[in-house]
Ligand binder design. Structure first.
Ligand SMILES: Cc1cc2nc3c(=O)[nH]c(=O)nc-3n(C[C@H](O)[C@H](O)[C@H](O)COP(=O)(O)OP(=O)(O)OC[C@H]3O[C@@H](n4cnc5c(N)ncnc54)[C@H](O)[C@@H]3O)c2cc1C
Ligand SMILES: NC(=O)c1ccc[n+]([C@@H]2O[C@H](COP(=O)([O-])OP(=O)(O)OC[C@H]3O[C@@H](n4cnc5c(N)ncnc54)[C@H](O)[C@@H]3O)[C@@H](O)[C@H]2O)c1
Length: 451
């Protein structure tokens, strides 16, 4: 049985862990699929490259309003797709070569625990003093009668399809539904979204989620409070029976995309056999330093918590590396601000408390809301639907949460994330800072002043 100082399971965020600082460790990394994991190969990066093309198509359509006449010939799906993957696909091979050149053993089969701190990979058993479990998550596919009888897609496969579908049914109303609904809608596909809940993007602040649902319903057919009860093949298409507010109906489309959440890969890893404690969703239980129930075993990101965001993964990876190298100075992730953005149209960004959470937990708050149209640039855009909403503590004037729906939301929110992280009050960031005129950031200033 080969023994290492360090074994990293999973080469998504796990691969980022291995910097020169760990160069003196005898290290192995196990990755049965592609180095770079979800974010690089089938998540953040390719999806945002598709969003870039979708935004370009939408901008071209909207340019007419400005007196700029552009026309869109049918979107050339294969060129869009091949631009994305001709840039991404070569990165895997070079990452593996780089690791091997640096004397790191790379195993290319799936690992599973056969005992605490002992994993089986193919024919080999390997052990280590220290393990980092970064095996990520995969799409969770609900049990719907007939689903296995049709060639449905998930986010793992949808970006590599050969032809742009004429029509598409999207099951789920979360991040992935919102982003791919935008992409395929912008490319000309007729999109129907089937969402179990009463609104899309249910975890956003209710005002944002309601505005997004209203805007998405103008672009796509959106069925709310709807449940797919069965799926059948129908000629070359897919038929989905949906039960909901308006009774039962049968939807038909060229393609079915299932995006109903993700589940951690801890079952395939046999994490329980490895002595790792799991929560009720199968995530590995850790403390704030990302230590698991087995001493010397660390776990991070999608396998270990519910954020499922790459910037959280990056922060956790840095923290775990520090903690492995400095057992005398183990640090915890104190930053619970955890922002996120949804790269749909319009963009959505959020940090901290939502209004419904504050109400539910009896937290005292004030709200400042400003429409983009209240600022010079928003007025120039003739925007009528975008806004910034900030929740603040009435006494201390601390920023408790911020929610933006509109162009550039993911960028506009950053000064508020900074302010929350550094403990600045709404007045310090609103009154004491100059905002460039006439940039869109003025709407953030206005919302802070309204608080
Ligand atoms: C479509 C999509 C879009 C997204 N967009 C964004 C975004 O815009 N912004 C954002 O912040 N986040 C986004 N995310 C989320 C983000 O991609 C993930 O949170 C992040 O990549 C998780 O990193 P990870 O290292 O935990 O897992 P992964 O990157 O999935 O890495 C885990 C690796 O472990 C390997 N593995 C699995 N089982 C085993 C095993 N038994 N043994 C060894 N290896 C194993 C897998 O093959 C995989 O390569 C998106 C996700 C999806 C699906
Ligand atoms: N921009 C980003 O940061 C980004 C983008 C994409 C994905 N992600 C990550 O990936 C995760 C997974 O995304 P997702 O969209 O699959 O999940 P999600 O958790 O965001 O949304 C799942 C949705 O599916 C609905 N749903 C669940 N079961 C259903 C059923 N049987 N029928 C109909 N609807 C059903 C839920 O009500 C919910 O709206 C996200 O939570 C996020 O962490 C992040």
């Amino acid at each position: 049985m080969r023994h290492y100082d360090l074994i990293v399971l999973g080469a998504g965020s796990g691969n980022m862990l291995l910097t020169e600082e760990l160069g003196h460790f005898r290290t192995a990394i196990v990755e049965p699929d592609l180095f770079g994991g979800t974010c690089l190969n089938r998540g953040c990066i390719p999806s945002k490259m598709f969003v870039l093309a979708a935004d370009a198509a939408e901008d071209a359509r909207a340019a007419k309003r400005l007196g700029v006449h552009a026309s869109i010939a049918p979107v050339d799906w294969k060129t869009v797709r091949d631009r994305v993957f001709s840039r991404i696909d070569p990165l895997h091979g070079s990452a593996v070569d780089y690791r091997r050149k640096n004397s790191i053993d790379v195993y290319t089969e799936e690992a599973y625990f056969i005992a605490p701190k002992v994993v089986q990979v193919g024919d080999e058993r390997i052990t280590a003093d220290t393990f980092v479990v970064a095996v990520g998550s995969r799409p969770a596919v609900p049990h719907i009668p007939g689903l296995d009888s049709v060639p449905y897609h998930t986010s793992d496969t949808i970006m590599r399809i050969d032809e742009l579908p004429t029509s598409m049914i999207v099951l789920g109303g979360g991040f992935i539904a919102a982003e791919f609904g935008h992409v395929f809608g912008a490319f000309g596909t007729d999109v129907t979204i089937v969402q179990r809940g009463p609104r899309l993007l249910m975890t956003e602040d209710k005002q944002v989620s309601a505005r997004f649902t209203e805007l998405a319903s103008r672009r796509h057919r959106v069925l709310l409070g709807a449940r797919a009860t069965s799926v059948q093949p129908r000629g070359g298409s897919v038929a989905v029976t949906v039960r909901g507010r308006h009774g039962e109906q049968i939807l038909e489309a060229d393609l079915l995309l299932v995006c109903t959440g993700r589940r951690p890969n801890t079952d395939r890893l046999q994490a329980l056999t490895g002595g790792l404690e799991l929560d009720e969703h199968g995530h590995i239980a850790t403390d704030n330093a990302y230590r698991t129930s087995v001493p010397g075993v660390w776990a991070l990101e999608d396998a270990a918590n519910h954020f499922q965001l790459k910037h959280m993964a990056n922060a956790e990876t840095r923290l775990v590396r520090h903690n492995i190298l400095h057992p005398e100075d183990v640090r915890t992730l104190t930053n619970k601000v955890a922002p996120h953005a949804v790269f749909t149209s319009p963009q959505i960004a959020s940090v901290g408390l939502t209004e419904q959470h504050a109400r539910r937990h009896g937290i005292d708050y004030r709200v400042g809301v400003r429409a983009y149209a209240d600022t010079a640039y928003g007025w120039a855009l003739e925007d009528t639907t975008s806004f910034v909403k900030i929740l603040g503590d009435p006494a201390e004037r601390a920023i408790l949460g911020a929610h933006i729906i509109g162009p550039q939301a993911a960028t506009l929110i950053q000064p508020l994330i900074q302010a929350m992280t550094m403990g600045l009050t709404a007045d310090q960031v609103g009154r004491d800072v100059l905002y460039i005129h006439p940039a869109l950031t003025e709407v953030v200033e206005q919302a802070l002043l309204a608080l």
